[in-house]
Design a protein around this ligand. Structure first.
Ligand code: SAM
Length: 306
């Protein structure tokens, strides 16, 4: 966390321990955010190539550039193209990768982009404000079927067609481009199953954010392309915050492990899980940073064969 940019890094000790950072090693921080993981790696003497889609995160990275100079490179870009940014930094393969998925507290609380259903802000929800369509634009254009698909696949929302039909009316009637007003409207939907602990707007907002930012496609492509940037003993740590994301990580990691051989540009590798199931934040961390509660960490290691 830095002055101005607000985010408390999740599971930093666990990530650092698994990455086993060595001085002079090169590490990819695929989701820079407030830079907490990058900073810890740099403090241990590693070199970091960091990525983020959000201009505010990129701006926030200046402090690490000033402090660590050439050992730190930051690019505005999508982690699904990580190999391209590594090459731009003059690196073919890295010693470790950290991806801390989802959104930062800064984006949720201070970005003014409608990520939070508790704030009166335009329904934008883009990580990269300079590209793509806002949530309001997208939902105004999408059919009920497409919205239903989004709710079902990204947030496991039941009675998806009924809920989608209800949501679509908000946009076809030209109701306010305002997160607070939309959340209130969602609460009036009788088709959403009630859960005493969770506001009905939570999962709808999450599904829309995932749609706006192509999160499933980005994550799937990023993980599938890992062999392009790994070498012997590269460790990859991923922190997911909901079941859809975590399932993708679990399945792709398992696929790598089941394959006897991951071959890329003549380099033969195999993979092994570094965490058999998942690691959750400690009780202490969950108490001091309630946002960490849903975090699930998985890790894999690639090993060269022959
Ligand atoms: C949870 S935050 C990372 C926090 C960071 N690890 C820290 O300790 O401060 C996730 C970040 O990933 C970024 N992000 C999300 N999807 C991305 C993508 N496809 N490519 C690059 N960055 C992405 C978001 O903009 C956000 O800043």
């Amino acid at each position: 966390m830095s002055q101005g940019y607000h985010h408390i890094t999740v599971m930093a000790d666990e990530a650092l321990e698994i990455l086993n950072v060595v001085s002079g090693g090169v590490y990819l921080d695929a989701t820079f955010g407030g830079g907490g993981h990058s900073e810890r790696i740099l403090e241990k003497g590693g070199r970091v190539i960091a990525l983020d889609l959000d201009d505010e995160a990129i701006e926030n990275a200046r402090r690490l550039k000033e402090r660590f100079g050439d050992r730190f490179s930051i690019f505005k870009g999508n982690f699904k193209e990580a190999f391209k940014f590594c090459r731009m930094a003059g690196v073919e393969r890295v010693d470790g990768v950290i991806a801390d998925l989802g959104l930062s507290s800064n984006q949720l609380e201070q970005s003014g982009r409608g990520f939070s259903f508790m704030r009166s802000e335009p329904l934008d929800m883009r990580f990269d404000r300079t590209a793509g369509r806002t949530a309001y634009e997208l939902l105004s254009e999408l059919s009920v079927e497409d919205i239903a698909y989004t709710l079902k696949t990204f947030a496991d929302i039941e009675r998806d067609t009924k809920v989608a039909g209800y949501l679509k009316e908000y946009f076809s009637k030209g109701m306010p481009n305002d997160a607070l007003s939309f959340a209130e409207y969602i609460r009036g939907c009788r088709f959403i199953k009630r859960n005493r602990r969770i506001d009905p707007a939570t999962r709808v907002f999450m599904a829309i954010r995932m749609l706006v930012n192509n999160e499933v496609d980005n994550l799937t492509t990023f993980l599938a392309r890992l062999p392009m940037i790994v070498k012997n003993d590269t460790r990859v740590v991923v922190i997911a915050f909901h079941s859809v994301e975590d399932r993708i990580v679990k399945n792709i990691f398992r696929k790598f492990v089941r394959q006897d051989l991951v071959e890329t540009e003549g380099i033969k590798l195999r993979a092994e899980l570094l965490i058999k199931k998942v690691i959750r934040p400690s009780e202490r961390e969950r108490r001091s940073n309630p946002r960490s509660r849903s975090a699930k960490m998985r890790a894999i290691r690639f090993l060269r064969i022959g």
